[in-house]
Design a protein around this ligand. Structure first.
Ligand code: FPP
Length: 263
């Protein structure tokens, strides 16, 4: 296994250029097709997917990204064959057991979003351990969306708010976007600026439904196991060439990173 921090020292983060993304979300798609193309079992694709995830975390640190959210297991993924679900659970456990130390040394704070109640107790305990050990780290926040669904997250927030209203803690008129966002799993985390999806599919698949309202999207034809540092940097460059208007008019939000690099 390659380490996140060579020689036990954390890699120096680059100065992030103005206009670069703060938060990137990644839909790590295509593990199964990557494996099938090589005549390998699907689990091999997922294993190689974990390697690609490691390289992406390293690239994100080097780039100076603040938040990286990866879609590890959706609530809909329970519909996969039981063996594959077990393999994915096993990979998550191994990822945390093997990589937690390196993530911690590299200054990575781990946060897990998604439902915990129907996960096995050993997985729940590992997720909590990863969060607790790394809670004070500040270099990069790695948000693992596991047993996560955007619609379910929004419904849970609505339920929590309804309970607060019913209990008389808040008024219906107090509920606005900011209050709602504070009831999501991502409370306190800025919305993703960019969402990358591999494998050529062009959809959100219930990933960060609320938070992605103004995200830019980069869809890549490569399957996730082939994603690497170069692909990450190319996606950052693609983002930098976009002009984000947030419903405003051209030029309103200043220069893009591409403009800054050009001048
Ligand atoms: C999509 O590929 C990928 C997943 C459903 C799981 C992603 C998981 C990993 C990269 C490894 C484990 C995760 C963590 C957080 C350690 P697919 O299986 O849908 O591929 P296909 O569409 O080609 O079948």
């Amino acid at each position: 296994m390659s380490s996140l921090a060579k020689d036990d020292t954390a890699p120096p983060a680059q100065q992030r250029l103005p206009g670069a993304p703060v938060h990137v979300g990644v839909i790590m798609d295509g593990n199964g097709r990557w494996a099938a193309r090589r005549g390998l079992p699907r689990i091999e694709g997922h294993r190689r997917g974990v390697e690609a995830l490691r390289e992406t975390v390293r690239a994100a640190i080097e780039f100076g990204l603040d938040y990286l959210t990866v879609y590890g297991f959706s609530m809909e993924n329970w519909n996969r064959p039981v063996e594959e679900v077990a393999d994915l659970m096993g990979l998550l456990k191994r990822f945390i057991r093997n990589d937690l130390n390196e993530l911690h040394k590299g200054g990575v704070k781990v946060k897990v979003i998604g439902a915990r109640d129907n996960l096995k107790p050993d997985i729940r305990a590992l997720l909590e351990e990863a969060e607790n050990i790394t809670v004070r780290n500040t270099r990069l926040t790695l948000i693992v969306a596991f047993n996560y669904g955007g619609r379910q997250e929004i419904a849970a927030a609505a339920r929590a708010l309804a309970q607060e209203v019913a209990a008389g803690h808040i008024e219906v008129t107090d509920i606005d976007e900011a209050v709602f966002a504070r009831h999501l799993d991502t409370a306190g985390i800025p919305d993703p600026d960019l969402i990358i999806r591999t494998s050529g599919e062009q959809r959100l698949s219930n990933f960060l439904m609320w938070q992605a309202a103004y995200a830019e999207f980069v869809f890549l034809p490569m399957h996730w196991p082939d994603f690497d540092r170069q692909a990450f940097l190319a996606a950052m460059a693609e983002f930098s060439a976009r002009e984000r208007r947030f419903g405003g008019v051209p030029g309103q939000y200043g220069k893009t990173l591409a403009d800054v690099v050009k001048t």
